[in-house]
Design a protein around this ligand. Structure first.
Ligand SMILES: Nc1nc2c(ncn2[C@@H]2O[C@H](COP(=O)(O)OP(=O)(O)O)[C@@H](O)[C@H]2O)c(=O)[nH]1
Ligand SMILES: [Mg+2]
Length: 249
């Protein structure tokens, strides 16, 4: 299923590049971050589409691989139902993105409430709130007083999943952010996973988090999958489902 979705997805986007979408409350700094992350590099010539839509641009990951970054409209509190419906179409790219960056204005007193609003809207839109794909970007670090900034760095590190503290204006933390994006879209070589009977949850997890290449079902209800996962997802799987056996493909 996941495989079909991936194919449809690439067909729709007509690009084999990983996609990253920015979401967040209005004024959180999405567009500023969008410019900061993409300005450093001239748009790659083979990504012609990027010049057609001002909200989509090429992004260069630290290892040189290209990705596609899209900016989106901001969320506001108490979004009326009709607007949520209108968002549904425009936010397709968020639903399909490999990584969603949730940009927060960490210097705002409303930061927490705004983040809750954004999460609510995302789940109403049916965006997979799976931790692997959503990274919180704590923006406007430059506006925090120095003593709060140190605390914010620690809080970000300890958050689940870890957040990244940045300033879209000064560029602080942006390299770290790109590193996190790269690690999330990095597919390790495929592995074979053997899940004993009754481990349906492990199999479902792999379909959701990875790209299944092959599947064979044993008569005893066990399942063997060849699957491509990011290094991070593989580590997570090992912790969550220690009963499953993992071997090189
Ligand atoms: N001090 C500071 N201001 C920022 C930062 N990022 C964005 N801003 C400002 O916040 C305002 C909203 O930014 P914008 O990118 O338009 O937010 P968007 O609505 O999320 O796209 C603008 O005035 C930006 O200059 C930041 O890291 N530090
Ligand atoms: Mg904007």
């Amino acid at each position: 299923m996941r495989r079909t979705r991936t194919l449809q997805r690439s067909a729709r986007k007509r690009t084999p590049f990983p996609t990253v979408a920015l979401v967040g409350y209005t004024n959180a700094g999405k567009s500023t971050l969008f410019n900061r992350l993409t300005n450093a590099e001239v748009v790659a010539q083979d990504m012609l589409f990027a010049t057609l839509d001002p909200t989509i641009r090429a992004l260069k990951l630290p290892d040189g691989r290209p990705a596609v970054l899209s900016d989106t409209v901001g969320f506001i509190s108490d979004l009326p139902h009709e607007l949520v419906e209108a968002f549904r179409a425009t936010l397709e790219e968020v639903k399909e993105a490999d990584v969603v960056l949730h940009v927060r204005d960490i210097a705002s007193e409303e930061s927490k409430a705004q983040a809750e609003d954004v999460r609510t809207v995302l789940s109403r839109l049916g965006v997979d709130m799976d931790e692997r794909r959503i990274v919180e970007v704590w923006n406007k670090a430059d506006l925090l007083p120095p003593e709060e900034r140190a605390e914010a760095v620690n809080d970000a590190r300890r958050a689940h999943p870890p957040a990244v503290l940045v300033s879209a204006v000064t560029g602080q933390g942006c390299d770290d952010l790109l590193g996190v994006v790269a690690s999330l879209v990095d597919e390790a070589p495929p592995v074979d996973v053997y899940a004993p009977a009754g481990e349906g949850a492990a199999i479902a997890w792999l379909y959701r988090h990875g790209r299944v290449i092959e599947r064979s079902d044993g008569k005893d209800g066990s399942v063997r999958l060849a699957v491509s996962l990011t290094a991070q997802a593989l580590g997570q799987f090992e912790q969550l489902y220690p009963q499953s056996e993992i071997r090189a493909h």
